[in-house]
Design a protein around this ligand. Structure first.
Ligand code: G3P
Ligand code: CA
Length: 241
């Protein structure tokens, strides 16, 4: 069965990367969630997609220039349909505590391409280990050097490279950097890539699958998982399939 990961929580229906979005993903029966992490000025692992605060909060400037206490004063639902609700930026620790009470899987994307955030890998791994969540977490990133570091630091935690453009035999590439799966953009997730990778024992989890036609294609291929902004729709389409 193709697993359903709720992208940034349930970003199509709730303010992205907030606890209400993660809870919605659980409510509609997603198998897992996907989320993005960065470091605050005082080195806390926080959940937010953009390096800048402008789009998703009521502040401007970079995440890395604010302490956790400062970030916690912001409204994190700014981007969603004219400020739905009044959400806070969660920390990764808060998310892990919530995940301990359910069975959801979780893809943690390290947002470390514009800023490298030295120490981010160690901090994320320390948190995962301290909550004994190694079996339920997948670490992903567009920064593949960072994934190599993660694999060396914690070979027991799955890593998966994200990529947008064509990669030659990505399943071989993933294994070469210590990864155990691939997370391609839907544009480069062709039938042959998906089938070849899965035949080689490397799961494929394309993003961001919001069209029902794409969901149906991936379900018919028995693709390992999809990452979608609309986990409720993905669940219904899967049940009807
Ligand atoms: O995990 C897939 C996807 O989240 C990567 O793109 O920009 O939504 O973080 P982005
Ligand atoms: Ca992401």
């Amino acid at each position: 069965m193709t697993l359903i990961f709720a992208h940034r929580g349930s970003a199509g229906t709730h303010p992205e990367n907030t606890m209400s979005a993660f809870k919605e993903a659980a409510r509609v029966g997603a198998d897992g969630i996907e989320t993005d992490v960065q470091l605050s000025k005082d080195g806390e692992v926080v959940i937010i997609h953009d390096e800048k605060l402008n789009r998703t909060t009521n502040a401007s400037g970079f995440v890395k220039d604010r302490t956790l206490m400062e970030l916690k004063t912001l409204n994190a639902s700014n981007s969603y349909k004219g400020k739905m609700g009044n959400e806070r930026i969660p920390t990764l620790e808060e998310l892990l505590i919530w995940l301990k009470n359910n069975q959801l899987l979780c893809i943690i994307e390290l947002k470390n391409t514009l800023f490298l955030y030295p120490g981010l890998e160690e901090k994320v791994i320390r948190l995962i280990r301290s909550y004994e969540m190694e079996e339920r977490i997948i670490i992903s990133s567009f920064n593949h050097y960072s994934l190599v570091d993660c694999h060396q630091l914690a070979p027991e935690i799955e890593t998966a490279p994200l990529y947008r453009d064509g990669l030659f035999m990505p399943w071989i590439y993933a294994k070469a950097i210590g990864g155990s799966a691939i997370h391609p953009n839907i544009r480069v997730a062709s039938d042959i890539i998906i089938q070849s990778s899965m035949c080689a024992g490397v799961p494929v989890r394309p993003y961001t699958i919001n069209k029902e036609s794409d969901m149906k294609r991936l379900y018919s291929l028995r693709c390992s998982a999809i990452i979608t902004d609309f986990p409720g729709i993905a669940k219904r389409v899967r049940e009807e399939f």
